[in-house]
Design a protein around this ligand. Structure first.
Ligand SMILES: Cc1cc2nc3c(=O)[nH]c(=O)nc-3n(C[C@H](O)[C@H](O)[C@H](O)COP(=O)(O)OP(=O)(O)OC[C@H]3O[C@@H](n4cnc5c(N)ncnc54)[C@H](O)[C@@H]3O)c2cc1C
Length: 240
């Protein structure tokens, strides 16, 4: 299924919060269906205590998890799973697995993701660079149902800077920069609150990883959105 799980968790928490605000949560069962082998795996083997964190939050909020699931088919009012089970629904948000666009299929892996080295240069074609969702990153472990490694916006910006510095070095005939290991920093909205999730590097074993729920994380999320939209509307996309 989808290779960035954060937005799916956000939606489950946001719907729960909104239904409670309208005092109708008891009329609406919420199911979180995922390819992850356990809650909080997020495609990266978890971030700090994210497994127990998500399990506790789901239990408290009465959101039913169904892990290690693959969808066979979506029919009107019914999701049919590969294991034969059927889940009726009135409203579903489904994030399908990502794959590369046809234009890059011939230089990508079987799913169309582009293999790159640490400087985001194609492993075979040295004049091709790729960053962001388009690149191939091998999962940290084999899971019963395949889960993709997320390539977040935070990671993508870092990749772009490394790729740009490498291209500049090529042009002026200098040694390319040594790329930093990628880390991940996410602010996960939870409706009334939010959580800060961090991991460095992205895949285990790690130097540090962390999940913490706090109202200041919500303020940071709202503040960052306003700042981001402001800088884009004012043509200042190069600001941090
Ligand atoms: C709902 C949601 C929430 C997210 N929240 C966060 C978050 O809180 N923090 C975070 O760090 N990341 C978040 N992400 C991830 C982040 O959006 C992506 O990592 C980031 O956008 C990847 O950048 P990209 O340039 O690789 O791809 P994109 O931003 O998807 O850009 C690809 C561009 O290519 C264009 N395109 C596609 N096909 C073609 C074609 N054939 N020809 C020409 N153009 C084409 C598309 O229109 C698009 O503009 C979220 C993603 C989603 C979906």
């Amino acid at each position: 299924m989808v290779s960035c799980f954060g937005p799916s968790y956000e939606l489950a928490f946001e719907m729960d919060a909104e239904l409670r605000r309208r005092k109708m949560r008891h009329k609406v069962p919420i199911i979180y269906l995922t390819s992850e082998p356990y809650l909080g795996h997020m495609g990266v083997g978890g971030l700090g205590k994210s497994k127990t964190f998500m399990e506790n939050e789901f239990a408290e909020k009465d959101i039913k998890p169904l892990v290690s699931q693959a969808i066979q088919e979506v029919a009107p009012g019914e999701i049919r799973l590969k294991d034969g089970n059927k889940i009726p629904f009135k409203l579903a948000m489904i994030a399908p697995p990502f794959k590369g666009v046809p234009a890059v299929l011939s230089i990508g892996n079987p799913r169309g993701f582009i293999p790159v080295d640490k400087n985001y240069r194609h492993t075979k074609h040295k004049n091709i660079f790729a960053i962001g969702v388009a690149i191939a990153i091998a999962p940290p472990e084999v899971t019963p149902v395949p889960t993709g490694v997320p390539k977040t916006g935070f990671m993508t910006v870092k990749m772009a800077k490394t790729a740009a510095a490498t291209i500049a070095s090529d042009v002026i005939g200098k040694t390319p920069p040594i790329a930093d290991e990628l880390g991940v920093v996410c602010l996960m909205d939870m409706g009334n609150t939010a959580a800060l999730m961090k991991a460095y590097p992205v895949l285990p074993p790690r130097q540090s990883s962390y999940t913490k729920k706090a109202i200041w994380a919500k303020w940071m999320k709202v503040g960052f959105e306003k700042y981001f939209l402001w800088k884009m509307k004012n043509g200042m996309s190069s600001l941090p």
